[in-house]
Design a protein around this ligand. Structure first.
Ligand code: ZN
Length: 138
């Protein structure tokens, strides 16, 4: 069995951002030489997500609006922030959008459904963050 590990690094300009990382993950699969297997992609931070959806800007605005309704930013709104942090909302947003994705590798490529793309979701940015890619297979 082959295995391949890689990290992607992010330092977003804004607190919240969605970044399409499909191309980087595809490059990683190519580098791994795996033709049949699995590709795990996960955020290494508890205020960031990796998720799969459509690369459509209206939808991304809808995600932001929806998340802000569920967990609005606010220093005084969360018990977590009593510890001196201000990112209670970011932890909740990350939990809703998910920690990781697993994509099948078939014929040496990511085996997506129609319109599926992989995104990094940042909810407490403006600092260095990391995503893990782990590929296993033959
Ligand atoms: Zn926190």
């Amino acid at each position: 069995m082959k295995s391949h590990t890689e990290h992607l690094y992010f330092h977003t300009k804004s607190k919240q951002e969605f970044i399409n990382i499909t191309h980087q993950v595809e490059e990683s699969v190519k580098k791994s030489g795996v033709k049949e297997g699995l590709c795990l992609v996960n955020a290494m931070h508890i205020t960031a997500s990796v998720f799969i959806n459509d690369d459509e800007s209206g939808l991304h605005q809808d995600f932001s609006t929806w998340l802000e309704k569920l967990a609005p930013y606010g220093k005084d709104k969360y018990k977590h922030n009593l510890s001196g942090e201000d990112n209670g909302d970011s932890h909740l947003k990350r939990t809703v959008m998910g920690r990781e994705v697993v994509v099948a590798i078939t014929g040496g490529g990511l085996d997506f459904g129609p319109w599926e793309q992989i995104f990094y979701g940042e909810f407490d940015g403006q600092r260095k963050k990391r995503v893990l890619i782990k590929i296993i297979g033959e």
